[in-house]
Design a protein around this ligand. Sequence first.
Ligand code: COA
Length: 376
Amino acid sequence: MPDPSVVQRGLEDVVALESRICFIDGKQGRLIYQGYDIRDLAARSNFEEVAYLLWYGRLPNAMQLSDLRRRFGELRTLPPAFVERVRSMPAEATPMDILRTSVSALALFEPEEGKPGASSIGGAQRLTAALPTILGEFHRRRAGLPPLRDRPELSQAAYLLYALTDREPTELEARAIDVALILHADHELNASTFAARVTASTLSDLYSAVTSAVGTLKGPLHGGANERVMELLDEIGTPDRAEAIVKERLARHERIMGFGHRVYKVEDPRATILRDWSRRIGEAKHDLHYFEILGHVEEVVHREKGLYPNVDLYSGSIYSLLGIPHDLFTPIFAASRVAGWTAHVLEEYQDLRLIRPTAKYVGAVDLVYVPVAERP
Ligand code: COA
């Protein structure tokens, strides 16, 4: 039994459950999905294959992969009455709020898909296919872009980019998004995945679990960090101003977004891969200014605080150069992590144990109740 007087704040280092889905070696800087190193997956795989891997525990064969691609193509089309609801949500709302409410609302239209148990794989595929459509429907209306069309021939990555920008992505652009989707697809018991598992552990449905997860991802200490990185880059403006501005923020004890990690004590391997993609997209767009500023920021933060970059440092620079507005960065994270959330929910249903930790009580006891009329 753990000592009840010792509080592991933030559940740091607490091993809460067994999982086969994802392994992080924080000392070696390794990330593994179902046995496969993230560097191999980012170099050679694609998001569809990775989603299959997370859900089923093995890579698909050619037939299984083409089936999943076809299914994603079909499942992106959402019930017209639901799409109407998305379109009527306030245009000034944040896309993460739209996503959270939409996942919850979609559950009303397909109660069977989310039912706890192995059949929730249907809901897992539906939500993974649907998130880009929800974002596209919302964003296109507020941005005055033409209506979203079904594009079953596009990969999830290319469709996401098309849905958000109305442009035909080049091969390089689609591949950059594909790699970003692969890298964000899972990360063991991060806060949003834990939230999803807590919800699933009560035998609640998959859509409720994903709704909890979206709400958790929204916070700036989790998924919201890459958006904040871009605010910093815009404030810095040119590489020569990086040193002074970063030092100033550190002197005010501010956190520099995109650095530090609860688990990685060395560089996050996803940051290494995204740094390379930030340069590649910068070169393709003849605009390396984000890449150059980030190099300076990295140097200063490492020198001053000994901190390494995490996944959020470089992703925003890639999305920005692809013409994606900042407030859609965290939703893109969600459009990828939904594969991991749902894989964890399915795993939770298979090995169910209500997640319910305890607290060390530090409040008062034995206070004497005074009726309201007699209180000072
Ligand atoms: N900028 C400046 N200082 C940072 C920092 C950052 N990004 N991340 C951690 N630190 C400092 C803390 O201030 C603390 O210093 P102190 O001991 O002098 O108070 C020390 O490093 C340890 O930080 P702590 O908050 O205990 O680590 P954690 O494991 O709880 O934090 C994060 C993990 C991710 C919440 C944290 O690194 C952070 O806030 N990063 C920025 C947000 C971000 O990029 N999130 C995306 C994560 S993928």
